[in-house]
Every structure is written in C-alpha cells, then in structure tokens.
Design a protein around this ligand. Sequence first.
Ligand code: Q46
Ligand code: ZN
Length: 312
Amino acid sequence: MKCLKCPGKAAIDLPRHNSAFCASCFTQFVHDQVARAIKSERMCTPEDRILVAVSGGKDSLALWHILLKLGYRADALYVDLGIPGYSATSRSKVERFADTVAKPLGVQLFTHTVSEQEGAGIQDLANLLHRPTCSACGTIKRYQFNRTAVERDYDVMATGHNLDDEAARLLGNVLHWQQEYLDKQGPSLPASVEGFAKKVKPLYRLAERELAAYAIVNRIDYIVEECPMAKGSKMLLYKEVLNRLETESPGTKQRFYWGFLDQQSHPASAGASMAEKDQATLHPCAACGQPTTAEVCSYCKMMARATAKAKS
Ligand code: Q46
Ligand code: ZN
C-alpha cells in the first residue's frame, strides 16, 4: 500500500479515515489532528503556559512530545503513586523522556510522590480509607494536577485522553445516564470557578492505536503495561466492546464521540421540544400531504418507483 500523501510506502493504515501513511506523513497527520483539536475547541494559544499530566504511558508522553513539536510551552507533572512493580518503571520512562527530549528545550518536569506527600502509597492509602484504589487515585491525581496548575500559574492543564478513552467513558455515562458527567465530557473545560484550572484533552481526535504508532515512529520509550489496578475495570470492558464494533464498522468510535460533541455544541436544538423540532423540519409532502422532511415523502417516492418499475 502506498502513502496517501507522498510516493513513499505506507507504514500504517487508518481504516476509519480510509487512508494509509508513511512514517513521516503519519507524524504530520497526528500533529495536524492535534492542531485542529486545539483550534476548534479553543484549547490554548501559542502564548499560553501548559501543564501536561504525564504517566509514562504512550498517550501522555506522545501528547507532551506533540505539544513541544507544535511549539507550545509545555511543562509536565508526574504523580508517583507508589505502586510496586509499576510506578518505578513508569517514573523512569518519564524522567528519561524529560532528560532527553523536554529539558533540552528548556521545559520542566515536576514530580509529586504520593508516599512522601500523602504519607503512604496509593494502595495503603485506599485500604486505610476503605475505598477502591482507583477512586482514591483519581481524587489525588485530579487534586494535585489542578493544584500545581493553579499555584504555578499555568493557563491550561492538558491530559492525554484519546478517542478510545473518551468513547468508552461516554458509553459508561450513557449506560448509566449520568447527565452530570455527560455535561462535562467535552474536550475543553473552562476554569469555571476561581481555583479551577482550565482542562483540555488535545488527543480526542486520535485513537489509541494511532498514538501507539506515533510513539513507536517517533522513538518515544513508554511503559507498555497498563497500571495493574486497571485490571477488570469497567473502562476496559467498554473499550473491548467498542473495539469489536470498530472492527466490524470502522469509524464507530469516532461517530459515537464526535457525534456526541456535535449534539452538545447545538444546545438550542437539543433543548427544543420534539414538537418544536418537528415543526421546524417537517412540511406536507407535495404528493400526499402527509408530513415529511423531503419534498416528497418516502412512501410516495417508493410507490412512484414501484409503479414505474411495474410499467417498464
Ligand atoms: S493509575 Fe490510578 Fe489508573 Fe492505576 S490506580 Fe487506577 S486510576 S488504574 S488511570
Ligand atoms: Zn508519505
């Protein structure tokens, strides 16, 4: 297969975009997708100072890499959760990336160590509180990222959530009709009140698989294993289900999540009653007078075709 953009050989195919790219055109494609996300969702300007939440995984390190390549001033914060056999490796990946890629560009890495600052590693802390580890972890990470962003005067905080993450989260929120969460599922959340940093997800247009390919093509050394605490989580199940749908019908995740964002961006029509919407879009069929959105209703069109066929 050939690259869509140049005469080179394609290195990665993107069924949902009906295209394939060579390594360098693919890198360009990823940068373009992020630039587009930032612009269309008004995430930040070139003057803004950005704080990236990094975990050592492909998404957050790719995000940091992309923002730096696009010329943004992006520092990062890593939260060391103190999970045996996982945190030490993820921390070393982040530090290596910072030393080799970020620091030469004059940007900084901050580290927050849970066992030092909160007094115990995340698992001990969760046991103590009788809370699931991930729930305690989520609380600490949200709090510390926001606090660092606000105290150090960053304009915006960026996380590496990708299309798969957001589609899975949307599926969970829809299955449980969590309206409050649905309202906050956009990729750009303003600093709604004093003390809250603006939060953005510049990778929402890119799939997990595309970010893994980006990391490999750009030689980003990341931790491949998931956090051991994620095992058996609902999110992984939702991702599995969506992956099955995606295989059967490429573009499903994108249609699901981007379609949701589209609906959200038209609050007027979403808020209108069904009767109001019908009145705005329906009018009498030119042939039979029954309500339709087209000039001639589908019944009349179908019957006209049937009549024509019968006569021919
Ligand atoms: S890091 Fe933390 Fe995740 Fe690990 S303990 Fe759970 S929430 S799974 S994103
Ligand atoms: Zn190419």
